[in-house]
Design a protein around this ligand. Structure first.
Ligand SMILES: [Zn+2]
Length: 278
Protein backbone atom coordinates (compact mmCIF):
# COMPACT_ATOMS: atom_id res chain seq x y z
CA UNK A 1 0.00 0.00 0.00
CA UNK A 2 1.35 3.45 -0.82
CA UNK A 3 2.57 5.24 2.30
CA UNK A 4 3.48 8.89 2.81
CA UNK A 5 6.58 8.95 0.55
CA UNK A 6 4.73 7.34 -2.35
CA UNK A 7 1.74 9.68 -2.09
CA UNK A 8 4.07 12.67 -1.76
CA UNK A 9 6.01 11.52 -4.85
CA UNK A 10 2.78 11.21 -6.83
CA UNK A 11 1.69 14.65 -5.62
CA UNK A 12 4.92 16.24 -6.82
CA UNK A 13 4.54 14.53 -10.20
CA UNK A 14 0.98 15.80 -10.57
CA UNK A 15 1.63 19.42 -9.59
CA UNK A 16 2.73 20.58 -13.08
CA UNK A 17 -0.43 19.18 -14.65
CA UNK A 18 -2.92 20.14 -11.94
CA UNK A 19 -1.87 23.10 -9.86
CA UNK A 20 -3.27 26.37 -11.19
CA UNK A 21 -4.94 24.47 -14.02
CA UNK A 22 -8.58 24.22 -15.02
CA UNK A 23 -10.15 20.77 -15.32
CA UNK A 24 -11.41 20.90 -18.90
CA UNK A 25 -12.72 17.36 -18.92
CA UNK A 26 -13.36 14.75 -16.23
CA UNK A 27 -14.57 11.30 -17.10
CA UNK A 28 -15.62 8.49 -14.74
CA UNK A 29 -15.86 5.04 -16.26
CA UNK A 30 -17.62 3.30 -13.40
CA UNK A 31 -19.98 4.33 -10.58
CA UNK A 32 -17.27 4.39 -7.95
CA UNK A 33 -14.22 2.84 -6.37
CA UNK A 34 -14.26 1.56 -2.79
CA UNK A 35 -17.29 3.84 -2.34
CA UNK A 36 -19.56 5.35 -5.02
CA UNK A 37 -18.42 8.69 -6.45
CA UNK A 38 -20.41 11.66 -5.08
CA UNK A 39 -23.48 12.73 -7.04
CA UNK A 40 -22.65 14.51 -10.33
CA UNK A 41 -18.95 14.00 -9.55
CA UNK A 42 -17.53 14.65 -13.04
CA UNK A 43 -19.94 17.51 -13.68
CA UNK A 44 -19.04 19.24 -10.42
CA UNK A 45 -15.33 19.01 -11.23
CA UNK A 46 -15.48 20.09 -14.86
CA UNK A 47 -14.51 23.72 -15.38
CA UNK A 48 -13.09 24.09 -11.87
CA UNK A 49 -9.58 25.40 -11.33
CA UNK A 50 -7.23 23.53 -9.01
CA UNK A 51 -5.84 26.18 -6.67
CA UNK A 52 -3.35 23.86 -4.98
CA UNK A 53 -2.48 20.20 -4.69
CA UNK A 54 -1.66 19.24 -1.14
CA UNK A 55 -1.21 16.04 0.84
CA UNK A 56 -2.51 15.03 4.25
CA UNK A 57 -1.32 11.62 5.47
CA UNK A 58 -1.95 9.30 2.49
CA UNK A 59 -4.58 11.56 0.89
CA UNK A 60 -4.11 13.89 -2.06
CA UNK A 61 -6.09 17.11 -1.71
CA UNK A 62 -6.86 19.16 -4.81
CA UNK A 63 -8.28 22.42 -3.54
CA UNK A 64 -10.76 23.80 -6.09
CA UNK A 65 -11.81 27.38 -6.82
CA UNK A 66 -15.37 26.79 -5.58
CA UNK A 67 -14.65 26.05 -1.93
CA UNK A 68 -14.57 22.29 -2.44
CA UNK A 69 -11.63 19.90 -2.30
CA UNK A 70 -11.21 16.79 -4.40
CA UNK A 71 -9.93 14.11 -2.02
CA UNK A 72 -8.07 11.16 -3.55
CA UNK A 73 -6.77 8.04 -1.82
CA UNK A 74 -4.79 5.51 -3.86
CA UNK A 75 -5.95 2.57 -1.75
CA UNK A 76 -3.84 -0.56 -2.22
CA UNK A 77 -3.00 -0.35 -5.90
CA UNK A 78 -4.18 3.00 -7.28
CA UNK A 79 -2.02 4.90 -9.75
CA UNK A 80 -2.30 8.45 -11.03
CA UNK A 81 -0.39 8.54 -14.31
CA UNK A 82 0.28 11.64 -16.35
CA UNK A 83 0.36 11.35 -20.10
CA UNK A 84 1.25 13.87 -22.77
CA UNK A 85 2.84 16.15 -20.22
CA UNK A 86 6.28 16.23 -21.75
CA UNK A 87 7.60 15.04 -18.41
CA UNK A 88 8.99 11.84 -19.80
CA UNK A 89 5.63 10.23 -19.27
CA UNK A 90 5.09 6.66 -20.30
CA UNK A 91 2.44 6.08 -22.91
CA UNK A 92 -0.77 5.47 -21.06
CA UNK A 93 -3.00 6.52 -23.96
CA UNK A 94 -4.19 2.99 -24.58
CA UNK A 95 -7.05 2.80 -22.16
CA UNK A 96 -7.10 -0.25 -19.93
CA UNK A 97 -10.04 -1.86 -18.23
CA UNK A 98 -8.79 -0.67 -14.87
CA UNK A 99 -8.61 2.99 -15.92
CA UNK A 100 -11.48 4.37 -13.87
CA UNK A 101 -11.17 8.15 -13.93
CA UNK A 102 -9.58 10.55 -16.42
CA UNK A 103 -8.77 14.19 -15.63
CA UNK A 104 -7.81 16.57 -18.40
CA UNK A 105 -6.29 20.01 -18.01
CA UNK A 106 -4.60 22.14 -20.64
CA UNK A 107 -1.28 20.95 -19.25
CA UNK A 108 -1.98 17.24 -19.60
CA UNK A 109 -4.10 14.20 -18.96
CA UNK A 110 -4.13 12.13 -15.77
CA UNK A 111 -5.47 8.60 -15.70
CA UNK A 112 -6.45 6.98 -12.41
CA UNK A 113 -5.96 3.22 -12.65
CA UNK A 114 -6.78 0.83 -9.83
CA UNK A 115 -7.21 -2.87 -10.44
CA UNK A 116 -8.21 -3.67 -6.88
CA UNK A 117 -10.48 -0.66 -6.47
CA UNK A 118 -9.71 0.09 -2.82
CA UNK A 119 -9.07 3.69 -3.83
CA UNK A 120 -11.32 6.58 -2.94
CA UNK A 121 -12.36 9.85 -4.57
CA UNK A 122 -14.75 12.30 -3.02
CA UNK A 123 -15.58 16.00 -2.83
CA UNK A 124 -15.62 17.79 0.51
CA UNK A 125 -16.06 21.39 1.60
CA UNK A 126 -12.54 22.78 1.99
CA UNK A 127 -13.41 24.73 5.14
CA UNK A 128 -14.75 21.61 6.86
CA UNK A 129 -12.00 19.23 5.76
CA UNK A 130 -10.24 18.96 9.12
CA UNK A 131 -13.46 17.94 10.88
CA UNK A 132 -14.42 15.32 8.31
CA UNK A 133 -14.37 11.71 9.48
CA UNK A 134 -11.52 10.96 7.04
CA UNK A 135 -9.25 13.52 8.70
CA UNK A 136 -10.41 14.40 12.20
CA UNK A 137 -8.58 11.56 13.96
CA UNK A 138 -5.34 11.78 11.99
CA UNK A 139 -2.20 12.51 13.97
CA UNK A 140 0.70 14.80 13.22
CA UNK A 141 2.47 14.99 9.85
CA UNK A 142 5.88 13.44 10.51
CA UNK A 143 7.68 15.87 8.19
CA UNK A 144 6.15 18.91 9.86
CA UNK A 145 7.85 20.95 12.56
CA UNK A 146 5.25 19.78 15.06
CA UNK A 147 6.74 16.31 14.93
CA UNK A 148 9.95 16.21 16.96
CA UNK A 149 11.57 14.46 19.89
CA UNK A 150 9.40 16.24 22.45
CA UNK A 151 6.19 15.43 20.57
CA UNK A 152 7.08 11.76 20.22
CA UNK A 153 8.10 11.41 23.87
CA UNK A 154 4.77 12.96 24.93
CA UNK A 155 2.76 10.82 22.52
CA UNK A 156 4.38 7.57 23.67
CA UNK A 157 4.21 8.29 27.40
CA UNK A 158 2.46 5.47 29.28
CA UNK A 159 1.77 3.47 26.11
CA UNK A 160 1.87 -0.26 26.73
CA UNK A 161 1.86 -1.25 23.05
CA UNK A 162 5.03 -2.25 21.18
CA UNK A 163 6.75 0.75 19.60
CA UNK A 164 6.20 -0.74 16.14
CA UNK A 165 2.41 -0.65 16.65
CA UNK A 166 2.59 2.89 18.04
CA UNK A 167 4.41 4.05 14.89
CA UNK A 168 1.66 2.54 12.74
CA UNK A 169 -1.09 4.22 14.78
CA UNK A 170 -2.39 6.89 12.39
CA UNK A 171 -3.90 8.82 15.32
CA UNK A 172 -0.38 9.53 16.57
CA UNK A 173 1.62 9.94 13.35
CA UNK A 174 -0.14 10.11 9.98
CA UNK A 175 1.12 8.38 6.86
CA UNK A 176 3.63 5.84 8.18
CA UNK A 177 3.05 2.21 7.21
CA UNK A 178 4.88 -1.04 7.72
CA UNK A 179 7.89 -0.35 5.50
CA UNK A 180 8.88 2.98 7.01
CA UNK A 181 8.12 1.90 10.59
CA UNK A 182 10.57 -1.02 10.20
CA UNK A 183 13.22 1.10 8.49
CA UNK A 184 12.96 3.94 11.03
CA UNK A 185 13.30 1.55 13.99
CA UNK A 186 16.38 0.01 12.42
CA UNK A 187 18.00 3.40 11.91
CA UNK A 188 17.20 4.35 15.52
CA UNK A 189 18.54 0.94 16.72
CA UNK A 190 15.32 0.21 18.62
CA UNK A 191 13.72 -3.23 18.67
CA UNK A 192 10.13 -3.26 17.30
CA UNK A 193 9.15 -5.29 20.39
CA UNK A 194 10.06 -2.58 22.92
CA UNK A 195 7.12 -1.08 24.78
CA UNK A 196 6.40 2.40 23.45
CA UNK A 197 6.11 3.96 26.90
CA UNK A 198 9.49 2.59 27.98
CA UNK A 199 11.70 4.39 25.45
CA UNK A 200 14.36 6.59 27.02
CA UNK A 201 14.31 10.28 26.03
CA UNK A 202 17.40 9.86 23.83
CA UNK A 203 15.73 6.88 22.13
CA UNK A 204 12.54 8.71 21.24
CA UNK A 205 14.69 11.59 20.00
CA UNK A 206 16.67 9.20 17.79
CA UNK A 207 13.44 7.66 16.55
CA UNK A 208 11.84 10.99 15.67
CA UNK A 209 14.98 11.86 13.73
CA UNK A 210 15.04 8.45 12.01
CA UNK A 211 11.39 8.76 10.95
CA UNK A 212 12.09 12.10 9.28
CA UNK A 213 15.30 10.88 7.64
CA UNK A 214 13.84 7.69 6.24
CA UNK A 215 10.76 9.46 4.85
CA UNK A 216 12.88 12.16 3.21
CA UNK A 217 15.25 9.59 1.69
CA UNK A 218 12.30 7.61 0.37
CA UNK A 219 10.71 10.68 -1.22
CA UNK A 220 14.04 11.51 -2.84
CA UNK A 221 14.16 7.98 -4.28
CA UNK A 222 10.61 8.30 -5.65
CA UNK A 223 9.05 6.00 -3.05
CA UNK A 224 9.13 2.19 -2.79
CA UNK A 225 7.66 -0.03 -5.50
CA UNK A 226 6.89 -3.50 -4.24
CA UNK A 227 3.94 -4.31 -6.51
CA UNK A 228 1.62 -1.75 -8.03
CA UNK A 229 2.93 1.61 -6.99
CA UNK A 230 4.26 3.87 -9.76
CA UNK A 231 5.26 7.51 -9.81
CA UNK A 232 3.07 9.92 -11.79
CA UNK A 233 5.34 9.53 -14.83
CA UNK A 234 4.92 5.75 -14.77
CA UNK A 235 8.35 4.95 -13.34
CA UNK A 236 8.67 2.67 -10.31
CA UNK A 237 10.18 4.14 -7.15
CA UNK A 238 13.73 3.26 -6.14
CA UNK A 239 13.69 3.10 -2.36
CA UNK A 240 12.99 -0.68 -2.27
CA UNK A 241 16.60 -1.12 -3.38
CA UNK A 242 17.73 0.68 -0.23
CA UNK A 243 15.74 -1.22 2.38
CA UNK A 244 18.05 -2.09 5.23
CA UNK A 245 15.71 -4.58 6.94
CA UNK A 246 12.25 -4.51 5.36
CA UNK A 247 11.49 -7.68 3.38
CA UNK A 248 15.08 -8.90 3.97
CA UNK A 249 14.53 -11.78 6.42
CA UNK A 250 17.60 -14.03 6.55
CA UNK A 251 19.75 -11.56 4.63
CA UNK A 252 22.74 -9.86 6.30
CA UNK A 253 22.21 -6.74 8.38
CA UNK A 254 24.05 -3.90 6.59
CA UNK A 255 25.62 -2.80 9.88
CA UNK A 256 26.68 -5.99 11.74
CA UNK A 257 26.30 -8.68 9.07
CA UNK A 258 24.01 -10.79 11.28
CA UNK A 259 20.76 -12.19 9.85
CA UNK A 260 17.74 -9.90 9.61
CA UNK A 261 14.80 -11.45 11.46
CA UNK A 262 11.09 -11.43 10.67
CA UNK A 263 8.43 -11.60 13.38
CA UNK A 264 4.68 -10.99 13.25
CA UNK A 265 3.21 -8.19 15.37
CA UNK A 266 -0.50 -7.39 15.34
CA UNK A 267 -0.81 -9.40 12.15
CA UNK A 268 1.94 -7.50 10.33
CA UNK A 269 5.50 -8.55 9.54
CA UNK A 270 8.25 -6.75 11.40
CA UNK A 271 11.80 -6.97 10.08
CA UNK A 272 14.71 -6.09 12.34
CA UNK A 273 18.26 -6.94 13.36
CA UNK A 274 18.24 -8.59 16.82
CA UNK A 275 21.88 -7.56 17.43
CA UNK A 276 21.66 -3.90 16.37
CA UNK A 277 18.17 -3.16 17.67
CA UNK A 278 17.74 -3.39 21.43
ZN1 LIG B 1 22.76 -5.66 12.74
Amino acid sequence: MPELPEVETVRRGLVPVLEGQRLVKVETRRPGLRLPFPKDFAKRLTGRRVESLKRRAKYLLAELDNGETLVIHLGMSGRMAVEGSGLGAHDTSVSGKHDHVVFETEAGRIVFTDHRRFGLMTLLKTAALAEDKLFRDLGVEPLSEKFDAAFLARALKGKKTPIKSALLDQRIIAGIGNIYACEALFRARISPKRLAGRLKPQESAALAEAVKTVLKEAIKAGGSSLRDYRQANGDPGGFQLRFKVYDRAGEPCPVCGGAVKRIVQAGRSSFFCPSCQK
